[in-house]
Design a protein around this ligand. Sequence first.
Ligand SMILES: [Zn+2]
Length: 339
Amino acid sequence: MNEVIKLTDENNNIHKSLIDSFDSEPGYYYQVIRSMLTPGHETELIYWLKSFGLIPNTQICNNAKVNEDCNKVMEWIPVKTIDYYQWKCKNCCEKKSIRENSVFQDVRCNFKNSIRILLGWCKGYDVDTMANILGVKKQTVKVMYSVVAATARKHLKSNQTNKKIGGPGVIVIIDTYPEGCTNSARPIQANRPILCIAEVKNIPPTYWFEALNRHNRNNQDQIQAIKDHVLKVIKDVVLPGSILVTRQDSTFCSYFDFQSLRHLYPTVVSVEGLERHNSENQNIFPNLEVIWKLALNVCEEAQFFGYDQVPNFLISQMWHSRFGSEAFEMLLNRLTDMQ
Ligand SMILES: [Zn+2]
């Protein structure tokens, strides 16, 4: 916990130009963060993280449970580590990292690079690229990415934020990649299959992407497990009362498979039967290819990522498509909820 990390993990020249270019990201990052990433502004950044709520503003000594005298706000003291500060108990002198109970708790790099990793996640950079730009270990990026993805996923699925898909009378189209999504190229196997859910109330549609497990086409148990996963995701992210649309012959999410969800979604329609539900506001049948085009781009790009990285990439894509130019700022705000 109190491990001292030497003050030598500043970025060397090899990475300097890469980082300069990375740091030129416009918007909130440029306006608020960038100046704090320049040499000499390390402590300014740490104070900002503290006031913003990305690291805790106060800490209580771990011995407070056994020693009443320790039950006071700890002291903020300077130290010669990459964190520059530490918490110290005024009673027993026990120390605590300023990262404890924050998103940076298990991340092994300085705060400047930690912030850059957050931006990299928002921009959909894979772990290797991000580690290369910053000259940090892949594991460092992975740890930060998985914390971020978990927070973003939770937020995207939460009811309060109204970020779920569909709603009463709203058409929601469901298919899987690579089999469907009007994928004319139709490779038989993908590195990682993906469930694609599209709410077509607006253009561009709102999507939900979920990575599915690879399967053997002759293994019925594996196929059934994927079908169960698909139904669970739909119940999780698609609001009740939505009109579900799917292909009759889909392997993982057929018209037949959705009959078990009728209590939540009374109207299930096959793509083939879709024309009856067309209206002036929702004339989607001729637009099916347009609706899936963006989804196909995301699914195809996801195939370049390692198997384990695909879920993370899909969440960053959804995050970016929901929040656009505010994605980074929004992410920082959500990460403060962890405390
Ligand atoms: Zn103490």
